[in-house]
Design a protein around this ligand. Structure first.
Ligand code: 4NP
Length: 156
């Protein structure tokens, strides 16, 4: 028997730091569980559209054995709210911005990513853009916790 797996989109501001790492973390968990799911990421802003992830995000993913060098940033679009079952915002501002652009007939469920992690409800995955390598590692740890929580929900 096959069960339809949800299509999942992660959204941050620029789609070059946090949401590509969230995409990579969930791809890693899905591969580990042999699940072939649709996973993508986007930004509420379009300034970096077409760009690869920030070099520090690429380096962080590489340290965790994931190659994200071919990811390309894009801005969230109205059809994402139909194409994906779940849209996870990386911080509360991203969530507010998503709610503002969501079409009225959206079918996707849009929520805050860290609401999935017990004890972290309502909190942000802090933007590491102005930070250093340790901040990017914190991002990786946060998105990995969230990705594991998503997998547990799918398994349950
Ligand atoms: P992200 O980080 O939202 O995690 O991709 C940022 C990337 C770029 C900018 C801000 C945050 N920026 O101002 O260009």
């Amino acid at each position: 028997m096959t069960t339809a797996l949800p299509a999942i989109l992660f959204v941050c501001l620029g789609n070059i730091c946090r949401s590509p790492l969230a995409e990579a973390a969930l791809r890693t968990e899905a591969a580990r569980h042999n699940l072939n799911m649709e996973i993508d990421s986007a930004g509420t802003g379009g300034w970096h559209a077409g760009d690869p992830p920030d070099p520090r995000a690429q380096a962080t993913a590489r340290r965790h054995s994931v190659d994200i060098s071919r990811y390309q940033a894009r801005q969230v679009r109205p059809d994402d709210f139909h194409r994906f079952d779940h849209i996870f915002a990386l911080d509360p501002q991203n969530l507010a911005d998503l709610m503002r652009v969501a079409p009225s007939n959206a079918t996707a469920r849009t929520s805050l990513l860290m609401d999935l992690v017990p004890g972290r409800e309502g909190t942000a995955v802090i933007d590491p853009y102005y930070g250093d390598e340790a901040d990017f590692e914190t991002t990786w740890a946060d998105v990995t916790r969230a990705a594991r929580a998503i997998m547990e929900r799918l398994a349950g």
